[in-house]
Design a protein around this ligand. Structure first.
Ligand SMILES: Nc1nc2c(c(=O)[nH]1)N[C@H]1C(S)=C(S)[C@@H](COP(=O)(O)O)O[C@H]1N2
Ligand SMILES: [Mo]
Length: 529
């Protein structure tokens, strides 16, 4: 075999080659402009159509279970910003490489920018909730990317040419102006889009808040004095959590921006009568207020994925009784507009006095967008992933069959998830140093729907001592506890365990959150100075 020597190609004049750092920058700027444009247009016309966030959602949706578990275990609730940051790094690296590949010829760069644009387009088009108007933002991103790449590339080539031709620098200034314009527009568009993204649906929320203010609501018993020690012992948890501080768990990056007027719920499946409800239908039903502590199954021992609010809504039991649940149905399979699904045991929803509800209000206002506006489910005593579907759109009465596996069941979590009896130490903070003298030890305990009967604390492995309990509100909510120790200087370890109202003490057995909730006695190490 002989090696043929290729005839010497016509050498590209050096003047027609863009220096590689500038070439890389052009790729990055063009893609940055595309991302900004996509975000802006999404912010203006359809908040859930940002191509960047749609790609993030797609990554989450198709991540294999070990990857999502690793991300949750390693980053906790910071997994979303880390995902978005990682995506930005990867996309901008690809963009830089595309730029460098286009030092002479713009075609490789245009091709890569186009492929990225199509990826954003596809992510939006194949999202669980999709409306045709959603396609405008990714289209704008694609156009902005290609146009700015071609434009910057042309400016840079001209500059390279003129630099070879002699001093002058006019075109180089053009490159500078061009790239600054791209950065500026991209950043402005991104920022503006970001502001607008969070704004959709505000009018509809205000309307619902007004409707609630004017409606007859069977109020929850007034919250008595002495339910927490927040004023007596600074640093302890307040009984009611404000909406802004309420913990949040979302599988999707994009908060659905819905309007109450568009909301429909279809209740179907193994029922005698299918029911479809509008938001007005819901508001015509008897409204009831319930104080409920919601808990996430992912909450580690000592974690803060637990909060309490006054929810207003309608009784789910009555609704299911009206529909007529058929023999053998053991799962109420709920679907959200964001693609999330949860399967709630039928017997729990139908349990008299359990208080399962379709909630529309939270702490005196309409549900905040991030907590499920306009309607979510709340079931006291069950972890959120099997009971708390936000932005609920569909309820199918069915069985726990393989064909109806909800989101977290597909990822290895348990089918049934009653809340475990647990306690948390709020004070002293872990590894803190407290002054000598009496030391406040305080925290929370929960065991919904049974309620807390006793909390015990021990110091340095000594005898268990009962803690003082705050006034009880009910079984569906957490209960605050506190006690005091006189301690010598040095390092100390405090431990706590709760006992529910039926007399069952929380297990010492340590368990990770997967598959049905963490367990174990929390411990805090601190120093007395
Ligand atoms: N649509 C939707 N509903 C959802 C979730 C979700 O990711 N998407 N997370 C669930 C989980 S795991 C919990 S613990 C609760 C949390 O509700 P919050 O975010 O209002 O606190 O919502 C549940 N409902
Ligand atoms: Mo959760």
């Amino acid at each position: 075999m002989s090696t043929a020597v290729a005839p010497e190609a016509e050498p590209t004049p050096r003047s027609r080659v863009i220096p590689w750092p500038l070439a890389a920058l052009i790729g990055v700027l063009a893609v940055g402009a595309a991302l900004g444009a996509g975000n802006l247009v999404a912010g203006i016309i359809s908040p859930s159509s940002s191509p960047y966030l749609a790609i993030g959602d797609t990554v989450i949706r198709f991540s294999p279970q070990p990857v999502t578990e690793f991300a949750k275990a390693t980053f906790g609730t910071a997994d979303k910003p880390i995902l978005l940051g990682g995506m930005a790094v990867v996309i901008l690296l690809v963009a830089a490489v595309a730029g460098v590949a286009s030092r002479r010829d713009r075609r490789p760069g245009v091709a890569v920018v186009t492929v990225l644009g199509i990826a954003g387009f596809a992510a939006v088009a194949f999202a669980p909730s999709f409306a045709p108007l959603d396609l405008v933002a990714p289209l704008a991103a694609l156009l902005a990317g290609v146009v700015s790449f071609r434009w910057l590339h042309r400016l840079a080539l001209d500059a390279a040419h003129e630099r070879a031709a002699g001093p002058g620098g006019v075109s180089r200034r053009n490159v500078l102006i061009g790239s600054s314009a791209a950065v500026g527009l991209g950043a402005l568009a991104s920022g503006g889009g970001g502001l607008l993204l969070g704004r959709g649906g505000e009018e509809s929320r205000a309307t619902v808040t007004r409707m609630l203010a004017g409606s007859a609501i069977t109020r929850a018993p007034a919250i008595p004095a002495g339910v927490d020690f927040a004023s007596a012992v600074p640093g302890t948890t307040r009984f009611l959590t404000s909406n802004a501080d309420f913990y949040r768990i979302d599988v999707a990056l994009r908060i659905p921006q819905l309007r109450a007027a568009d909301w429909r719920l279809r209740l179907h499946g193994m029922v005698d009568r299918e029911i479809t409800l509008t938001f007005d239908d819901l508001m015509r039903r008897p409204l009831v207020e319930r104080t409920v502590t919601m808990t996430c199954v992912s909450n580690p021992v000592g974690g803060d994925l637990i909060s309490t609010a006054n929810f207003v809504g309608v009784d789910l039991r009555d609704l299911l009784l009206e529909a007529g649940v058929q023999q053998g149905a053991d799962q109420v399979f709920c679907t959200s507009t964001d693609g999330f699904t949860a399967g709630t045991p039928t017997d729990v929803v139908l349990e008299q006095g359990r208080g399962a509800m379709l909630a529309v209000g939270m702490n005196g206002e309409a549900l905040p967008p991030e907590h499920g506006f306009p309607v979510r489910m709340v079931v006291p005593g069950l972890y959120g992933y099997v009971s708390g579907t936000k932005w609920i759109a569909d309820m199918e009465v069915t069985t726990f069959g393989r064909d109806r596996q909800s989101y977290w069941l597909q990822r290895g979590w348990a089918e049934r998830a009653p809340i475990k009896t647990e306690a948390r130490i709020d004070l002293p903070k872990g590894f803190s140093s407290v002054p000598a003298g009496p030391v406040d030890v305080a925290g929370i305990a929960w065991s919904q729907p049974r309620g807390i009967g006793k909390v015990e604390v021990r110091m340095d492995g000594g005898p268990w001592r009962p803690a003082e309990l705050a006034t009880e509100v009910g079984g569906d909510t957490w209960r605050m506890w506190k006690t005091r120790f006189d301690l010598a200087a040095g390092s100390h370890t405090v431990q706590v365990r709760a006992t529910d109202a039926d007399g069952n003490t929380q297990t010492e057995q340590r368990a990770d959150p997967v598959p049905d909730g963490a367990s174990g006695w929390p411990a805090t190490i601190f120093t007395v100075a």
